[in-house]
Design a protein around this ligand. Structure first.
Ligand SMILES: Cc1cc2nc3c(=O)[nH]c(=O)nc-3n(C[C@H](O)[C@H](O)[C@H](O)COP(=O)(O)O)c2cc1C
Length: 347
């Protein structure tokens, strides 16, 4: 299939554009976040939001091919539906990595076209790929041809001073024609020079209207929005216009928002923070038994009582105590006890 949507596109491999369909019934997802959304974090998020789509941290295609697969790709069955996010820009390597991901049982492979870090730019992947739509389309087409799970793309609105909706839409169209089943729009530009990755999540202004327009003009394309969404109300407002919302930092720092959003969407009864934490116990004990230190799990739990009486004490007890040798479930009991006491004092 020829791609005409983008004037700079000249393809060297044919596109077929017939990838697996994306299941748009899952409307909530948790963003891929390096160093944060590891497998322990995802098990916790799964308990909070049983119907959310979860993403791994970004893994480079070459690491998938040559690295320690159990460490990079291993996951718990409870994490499903789970997507692997890949970084890279070589079609053959991405196709091979996608095949490995499909064999491991991942439900989706997502290509990172949004990370602005210097290291990633130097490797010619992430957000700088928004300047190379034809190459990205080749990557997508190669992955689509290799697997029968959905291939999706996570991108920004543009890079640096780009301020051209048509360029953004043409980028997306190119990927869809190559077979991408869904696009996650982090609704701001990436500034490739002068901003750190952290600043790149805060300073370039958010423009949700571009994602809305993209969807209005392409009703059959699943569009998921990401960037600065921190409350149930905000998420639900986006869901009125789009197929889904992806929460990043809010899900990590205030994870109960995931549960509240899932409950608001599905009508299920809200469970207490304590009940949700206790559901982690068998997982935590099994991992401790296997030799993992408690701190590797508890670091993801610190925000559970965010904004609640005792929330600070909960965080403090876990962050101080989990480093001690032999720390176990009783530390979590102790932290819970303090939040109970402080909540009772406020009530
Ligand atoms: C610690 C951290 C690591 C991140 N790592 C990735 C990553 O590996 N891949 C990616 O596409 N985005 C990554 N992001 C960006 C998030 O996926 C998301 O696009 C961004 O945080 C905006 O969403 P938010 O405002 O809901 O946090 C990362 C963000 C954070 C805070």
């Amino acid at each position: 299939m020829a791609v005409s949507a983008h004037p700079q596109m000249t393809l060297t491999t044919p596109l077929h554009g017939e990838g697996a369909r994306y299941d748009a019934s899952l409307r909530l997802s948790v963003a891929p976040m390096m160093d944060w959304t590891d497998r322990h974090c995802r098990v916790f998020h799964r308990i909070l939001a049983p119907g959310a789509r979860l993403y791994t941290e970004m893994v480079h295609a070459n690491a998938v091919i040559h690295g320690d697969r159990e460490r990079l790709l291993g996951f718990d069955a409870a994490e499903q539906p789970l997507a692997l996010q890949l970084g890279g820009s070589e079609p053959a390597a991405l196709a091979q990595a996608a095949r490995i991901a499909a064999d491991w049982g991942y439900a989706e492979v997502n290509l990172n076209c949004g990370c602005p870090s210097d290291r990633v730019q130097a490797g010619r992947f992430g957000a700088c790929l928004m300047r190379e739509p034809a190459l990205v389309a080749e990557c997508v087409a190669a992955m689509v041809a290799a697997v029968d799970i959905p291939i999706t793309v996570k991108c920004r609105l543009g890079v640096d001073e780009d301020n051209d909706y048509d360029l953004f839409a043409a980028f997306v169209d190119g990927q869809v024609q190559a077979g991408a089943a869904m696009v996650v729009v982090h609704a701001r530009n990436a500034w490739l020079k002068g901003l750190s990755p952290k600043e790149n999540r805060e300073i370039p202004p958010l423009r949700y209207d571009w994602a809305y327009r993209l969807k209005q003009e392409r009703p059959s394309l699943p569009v998921v929005i990401n960037g600065g969404i921190a409350s149930v109300q905000a998420a639900q407002a986006h869901m009125q216009q789009l197929d889904g919302v992806m929460l990043g930092r809010a899900a990590y720092h205030d994870p109960y928002v995931l549960h509240a959003l899932e409950a608001a969407q599905t009508g299920m009864a809200l469970r207490s923070r304590e009940a949700l934490l206790v559901e982690m116990r068998p997982y935590i004990e099994a991992r401790l038994e296997a030799g993992l230190a408690l701190k590797h799990i508890t670091r993801h739990l610190l925000g559970l009582f965010h904004g609640q009486p005792g929330g600070r004490a909960f965080r403090q007890i876990l962050s101080e105590g989990a480093h001690r040798p032999g720390a176990g479930w009783d530390l979590l009991e102790q932290a819970l006890q303090v939040t109970r006491l402080q909540a009772a004092r406020v009530a």
